[in-house]
Design a protein around this ligand. Structure first.
Ligand code: HEC
Length: 144
């Protein structure tokens, strides 16, 4: 019985991994859209020196939701040996977002801007390294 359940779980995982429609947007895309929105809110917060807003948004950026397991499996399969690099870009942005939250808490505008730059460099680095091939693979079109 236990063996059968394990087999069923494995088959379900494989099925959800490969049966997902190729052109359907990944959950990651919505995560990214939200990251983009929160970055815009941060720039607005900086202009207004609304450090509470900046801190709140920095936490939303740093603690963004993760893609579901079935999607992670697809991403890992695509990334292969590049997964470590992909993860390290993710880690870099989480760290920068955390530093930005701290700077906002200290109401240190200069530091907020410096950490915001660090954050954007992290976003850009991952996009430049992976987005074109990622989009081509999962949606069968080139990144815009
Ligand atoms: C670890 C890699 C990685 C990091 C770090 C990363 N992104 Fe992305 N981003 C991607 C990938 C991959 C896509 C393409 C996703 C897709 O189209 O399904 C993407 C797409 C996007 C998009 C376009 C979404 C759309 O509407 O099609 C936005 C906006 C975005 N990212 C914002 C950000 C911001 C802001 C940050 C930094 C705070 C960031 N990303 C950090 C990998 C990353």
């Amino acid at each position: 019985m236990k063996k059968q359940l394990k087999l069923l779980a494995a088959v379900t995982l494989i099925f959800t991994t490969f049966a997902a429609h190729a052109a359907e947007p990944l959950a990651l895309q919505q995560v990214m859209k939200d990251l983009g929105k929160n970055m815009q809110i941060v720039t607005d917060g900086i202009s207004r020196e609304d450090w509470t807003l900046v801190e709140h948004s920095a936490h939303l950026i740093g603690e963004h939701p993760e893609a579901p397991l079935s999607e992670k499996v697809r991403i890992m399969a695509f990334m292969g040996s590049n997964m470590g690099k992909f993860k390290s870009f993710d880690g870099q942005t989480h760290e920068a977002a955390h530093e930005m939250a701290e700077a906002a808490q200290e109401k240190d505008g200069q530091k907020v801007i410096a950490t915001f730059q660090k954050l954007q460099i992290g976003c850009l680095a991952c996009h430049q390294a992976f987005r074109p091939a990622f989009v081509a693979h999962f949606y069968g079109k080139s990144a815009n």
